[in-house]
Ligand binder design. Structure first.
Ligand code: S3P
Length: 450
């Protein structure tokens, strides 16, 4: 347990920051490089705990991965090389189970690759991951032919599956799968499994989610086509590594600085080389709608299949808005920090269709509403049979108090930001979870407040 005392910011957020590589893209870069023949060097790889678990998992599956250097330009980032072995006979059965910490992305994406292997592997997770639902990914992989056992429990009168998960793959057949839940992790697992079939796999998303997997597979010469919400991938064909790739800065990490610059008067911050994937920038669209002064300058990056750019944010007065349920997947990880922004906004903000927040690293509807309410925010959670809404009446000053991270990195960082603009000191019980996605958050923050 590592507590943090946050005093209200006396100064402004100023200057220029460069962020570690995006967690989602980094996780995919390891997996895709491992199943492609030959060497892939990955630049700006983050030291986030989740990404280190993905490296460990692939190493346990027999892939050689080395760290070449620590990046001078991107502090806390590394350049690493993955010695990929190709699709077939590439991975080997590990000695014993593979522990993936609390990284849902590592677990769900790796399951997709393991579905193509002719041996059994058990994946285990930490306390938080062991309580997250897995049926959404085991169901389609079973339809493709994988044999999977997991921990079964009844949740809200429905049978659900949880880690540990044992999977034995091989002999997969292609499927056409209409996903009931919008999830990039599930989509990615099915696409990876699709590579191991002798046919064409089709995935249809209810709402478009981040497409990092599709972009990176294309960069590695997979036969993949996307038409609106439908992704079509052909299996039984080796990938081809481009040799070197670059991971652009993490937009989810950027969002904490974007919101702080917006709500802290007199601030102006430039965030360099950030991933601007359309499936991830929902927060920018919503903040702009609320009146935020944010300018994007697109840049190109030949070593990445992703749009990259700089973000300039100046403090502004925000007004409430309605966030529609179709918009949620493009800002799913940014909802906690958007809830903080909504507290410092004139008028009402409604977040519709946020039920998926219940099954993240913690129940983020509960963690954020408990904490913000304790600081004096007016926040309501409305539940209907079909959807869940969070309604925040902004315009009240928050006051510092004792709050909890609930062991969740995004709740912890969001509460640091809320506290910097509050009146009086705030004590956050445990911020060790921040390392999951943003190990250098506190040092970047200290250096940016002048
Ligand atoms: C992720 C997808 C999202 C997101 C998670 C990372 C990914 O999860 O919340 O932090 O890398 O694909 P879901 O796929 O469960 O929505």
């Amino acid at each position: 347990m590592r507590f943090l005392l946050v005093k209200p910011a006396q100064k402004h957020l100023k200057g220029k920051i460069v962020l570690l590589g995006d967690k989602s893209i980094a996780n995919r870069s390891i997996i895709i490089s491992a199943i492609s023949p030959g060497k892939t060097t990955i630049e700006n790889f983050p030291t986030s705990k989740d990404c280190l678990y993905t490296i460990k998992a692939l190493k346990k599956l027999g892939i050689k991965i080395i760290q070449n250097s620590t990046s001078r330009q991107y502090k806390n980032a590394r350049t690493i090389t993955v010695f990929g072995k190709g699709l077939y006979d590439g991975l080997k059965k590990p000695k014993g189970p593979i522990f993936v910490g609390d990284s849902g992305t590592t677990l769900r994406l790796t399951l997709g690759v393991l579905a193509g292997q002719n041996f059994a592997v058990t994946l285990t997770g930490g306390k938080s991951l062991s309580q997250r639902p897995m049926l959404r990914v085991t169901l389609p992989l079973r339809l493709m032919g994988a044999k999977i056992n997991s921990k079964l429990k009844t949740q809200n009168s429905k049978l659900e599956e949880y880690p540990p998960i044992t999977i034995r793959g091989g002999n997969l057949k292609p499927i056409t799968y209409r996903m009931p839940v919008a999830s990039a992790q599930v989509k990615s697992a099915i696409l990876f499994a699709g590579l191991y079939t002798k046919g064409t796999t089709r995935v249809i998303e209810p709402v478009k989610t981040r497409d990092h997997t599709e972009r990176m597979l294309r960069l590695f010469k997979a036969e993949i086509k996307v038409k609106q919400n439908k992704i079509v991938i052909k299996g039984n064909k080796e990938l081809a590594s481009p040799g070197r790739i670059f991971i652009p800065g993490d937009i989810s990490s950027a969002s904490f600085f974007i919101v702080l610059a917006t709500i802290l008067p007199g601030s102006r911050i430039l965030i360099k080389n950030v991933n601007l994937n359309p499936g991830r920038i929902g927060i920018i669209k919503v903040l702009k709608r609320m009146g935020a002064n944010i300018q994007l300058t697109a840049d190109s990056c030949q070593l990445s299949a992703e749009p990259v750019g700089n973000i300039l944010v100046k403090s502004s007065n925000l007004k409430g808005t309605i966030v529609k349920k179709e918009e949620i997947p493009s800002m799913i990880d940014e909802l906690p920090i958007l809830m903080v922004a909504a507290c410092y906004t004139r008028g009402k903000t409604i977040f519709d269709g946020v039920g998926e927040l219940r099954v993240k690293e913690t129940d983020r509807i509960r963690s954020m509403s408990c904490n913000l309410r304790k600081m004096g925010a007016q926040i309501r959670v409305l539940k209907t049979a079909k959807s869940e809404k969070v309604v925040i009446e902004g315009g009240r000053d928050l006051r510092g108090t004792a709050v909890k991270s609930f062991g969740d990195h995004r709740t912890a960082i969001s509460m640091v930001i809320a506290a910097l603009r509050a009146q009086g000191n705030t004590r956050i019980d445990d911020i060790s979870c921040i390392n999951k996605s943003f190990p250098n958050f506190l040092s970047l923050l200290k250096n940016s407040i002048h």
